[in-house]
Design a protein around this ligand. Structure first.
Ligand code: BTN
Length: 329
């Protein structure tokens, strides 16, 4: 994979050589000749990599061997796992940020569709309906994607369904059987482990761009979930009783998202994503409470339609679709 933006730096190049060697030694001589820099410079960069968490064995006369890589979400680690054409071609990786959605908005005008912002932590992680999103350093995946689809504003919520399908598919590739609580909650063993925040910037009749934020609680511990949310929210680690590689999950979600999103743009329909959402829905067939600004009603969730809306039915069999608001079981 090549990246449109970002000078390919020496550190990344050394890493590429070490990774290609698949656990064998690469001599300092070979690195220095191939990259056209001194052996001292190679040594300095190797030390930097070690400081960043790469485990590199150095033996004189043999050279350097990569023994393990940290679970970082930068382009060195995620890039090789991506099979995408435009999502994540440009990755902005941050140690900390207020919110990756806000960072996308700051960059939207001068960036192409597909820009991904990933941060190790967020100081003001945002959830839906004005809530916070707990974003402790290194524990979860906090990423946002810049999208510039040629669609009408009323079709923007469809992107949430595409993303929900991509998250569930991506998690399955790591052996996690998560479900979707329409419209944007990803549930594992009855607790929320991931969420999607889709924000649209544009005019009444025109989408300028969409900021798609995805937060996944991966290796968080119980201390990350205060008492008031502990019965509702959790992490993959807490539910599956093991640690997960964040880079594998993040790249799988991006790979699946690009496929489903491209399918939407080509066909003008999210039917493939809807099938995934329906097959993994925890609401369908259940009595649900539909909470809107003005009212609350009890209905049976019966379908998710082609627009990504939840279809509910009252006791007399009358159906209506719900396109926003909150739904609880
Ligand atoms: C929700 O379920 O309420 C949506 C949560 C979305 C959280 C993600 S984390 C990355 C991106 N940046 C944010 O500030 N929020 C989204």
């Amino acid at each position: 994979m090549c990246f449109i933006q970002g000078v390919v730096d020496l550190k990344s190049e050394i890493l590429r050589f070490l990774k290609n060697a698949e656990g064998e030694f690469v001599s300092g001589q070979e690195l220095s000749e191939s990259l056209g820099v001194s052996r001292t410079s190679i040594w300095k960069h190797i030390n930097q990599l070690k400081e960043e968490g790469y485990e590199i064995e150095s033996i004189s006369r043999k050279g350097y061997k990569l023994k393990s890589a940290p679970d970082k979400l930068d382009r060195e680690e995620i890039g090789p796992l991506l099979s995408t054409e435009f999502i994540g071609r440009e990755i902005v990786y941050l140690d900390t940020v207020d919110s990756t959605n806000e960072e996308i908005k700051r960059r939207a005008d001068r960036s192409r569709e597909g820009l991904v912002v990933i941060s190790e932590e967020q100081s003001v992680g945002k959830g839906r309906l004005g809530r916070n999103w707990t974003s402790r350093k290194g524990a979860g995946i906090y990423m946002s994607i810049l999208l510039k689809p040629d669609i009408y504003p009323q079709d923007a919520p469809k992107i949430t369904q595409v993303a929900a399908a991509a998250v569930v598919k991506g998690l399955k590739e790591s052996g996690v059987d998560a479900k979707i609580k329409w419209p944007n909650d990803i549930i594992l063993k009855e607790k929320k482990v991931a969420g999607i925040l889709t924000e649209m910037t544009g005019e009444l009749m025109r989408v300028e761009y969409i900021t798609l934020g995805i937060g996944i609680n991966v290796n968080n511990g119980i201390e990350d979930f205060p008492e008031e949310i502990a019965n509702k929210a959790s992490s993959l680690k807490l539910e599956e009783k093991k640690e997960f590689e964040r880079k594998k999950i993040a790249s799988a979600v991006l790979n699946n998202f690009e496929k489903l999103y491209s399918d939407f743009l080509e066909r003008g329909s999210i039917s493939v994503s809807i099938e995934i959402c329906k097959a993994n829905s925890i609401l369908l067939g259940k009595e649900v409470r539909v909470i809107s600004r003005k009212s609350e009603m009890l209905r049976k969730a019966v379908d998710i339609n082609e627009d990504g809306e939840l279809v509910v039915e009252d006791g007399d069999g009358n159906r209506e679709s719900v396109f926003s608001g909150e739904v609880s079981i």
